[in-house]
Write a protein that binds this ligand. Sequence first.
Ligand SMILES: C[S@@+](CC[C@H](N)C(=O)[O-])C[C@H]1O[C@@H](n2cnc3c(N)ncnc32)[C@H](O)[C@@H]1O
Ligand code: SF4
Ligand code: SF4
Length: 470
Amino acid sequence: MINNLICSNPWMEIQIEYNFNIGCCCYYNGIRPKWNFLETPKFVLQNYWNNDFFQQLRKIVINNEYFNSGCKNCQELILGFQNTSSDHLTKLNTIQKENYLKAIYNLKNKKTVIDNLPVRYYFNFGLDCNLNCIMCSQKHLRRQKYHILPSSIFENLQDYFPYAERITLVGGEPLLIQDCIYFIDKFSKQKQLEDVTLGLITNGTLLDKYLPLLRRIKRLNIAISLDAIEETYEYIRKGSSWKKVEKNILKIKNLIDESKLEWSISINCVVMKSNLKEINSFFKWIYGNNLKLTIVPVVNNNLNNAECIFDFPQLLDEIPEWEEIIAESIDILENYDLPSSKRLKILFTKLKQSYLTYKQNKNFYPKERIYLNNRELIDYLNQNGKFMIWGTGSFYKNNFSRFIKTKPSNFLGFIDNNSSLWDSELDGFKVFSPDVLFKLKPNSILIASMFIKEIKTQIMDMGIDFCKVY
Ligand SMILES: C[S@@+](CC[C@H](N)C(=O)[O-])C[C@H]1O[C@@H](n2cnc3c(N)ncnc32)[C@H](O)[C@@H]1O
Ligand code: SF4
Ligand code: SF4
């Protein structure tokens, strides 16, 4: 059993994504190495698995330096890493088990250059999807040109796959992407991969179509994303049909129960504003059908914030009974699913804290921030007095630079904690130290950084109460 405060991912997992990124989890927020498959079509595992990035990540874990690194805002650090139970070892064959135990040995002995192969692979094939979910953290990226991870990744890595415990496929919608279907087909035809579990993270809409293909796989884990039932489901998962997805889920569940397949099915639920009211009827449906559940908090996608109750607790004012609802959820979950109830308790505590902070500092949680897009926000701030932007890095450049370049008349300049930038110019405006706020007294400050919470706290600690913080 691995301690649930230690992240084992850098010893276990490699993730390869359509946008060329390589990593070991979805949560790391620092710079990742790239594999550009358009320029070098062959993926050479040895070039990455022990490269500087992976060694550095292993050092972060060994030295418990999560909070000074790209791991800083990792959701798993807050909710606790999922324990790997020892009984799963009995399901592994000899080479899988040896590789897994080597990984554990390397982790326990604090090795940063390791001789085990990845225990898990995770392939993100691209952004193509047949739905348009209201909270989707990816859909704004679909506007940009993107590539599809080529199916040749299978041939590139197939010699290593027999050592792995699991290979997970995700998208967009993985079952909509032909390269992913090709991968599944190849996988299903390799006898030496029959002990490897194929994982699918899917919206469940195409499972009926691909059931004959999936039936060829011995070990399959299907994680279906479902956050509500009936009308609320269809409101959230725009383009999907509740009846159809419910039928697909129950069909597979029955197939597993009746045919004694080595398959498992689980439900991934994103907790957000639109499912909070009815979340208890959803949980009852889950447990009534004897399904497994994983709960995750909605993350902010910088385009549509109207679901993000964790970053924008002011949204909870629209659901006055939210505390009673979550307390009831915890009661329900305690009877069926202790790990989920623990996760929900942690989320509930977090939510209560941010709601309290919001109630005490209303200037820091303006409603406009939720509903206006970046262009509208700059226009709004410009129409409502003098404003400044805190942050000059890539977040600013990606989100606001093109609007600031139009020289809004009430923009006073930038704030940054990095003293080497003070007095320099960016997009035609000066960069200042935080102290200038007392002198210039803007009506609003827009935070353009992923360290939004830390910067808000810094502004609160400075005792600034004369402006709104966006
Ligand atoms: C982006 S989807 C891709 C796979 C597939 N299309 C699906 O929905 O399952 C992967 C997972 O991210 C979740 N997700 C989407 N938007 C999210 C958000 N804003 N915050 C947290 N999870 C989100 C989905 O519910 C799903 O479980
Ligand atoms: S971001 Fe989280 S999951 Fe990823 S390596 Fe860091 S601690 Fe582990
Ligand atoms: S199905 Fe998945 S990828 Fe598609 S819009 Fe919904 S969350 Fe996003």
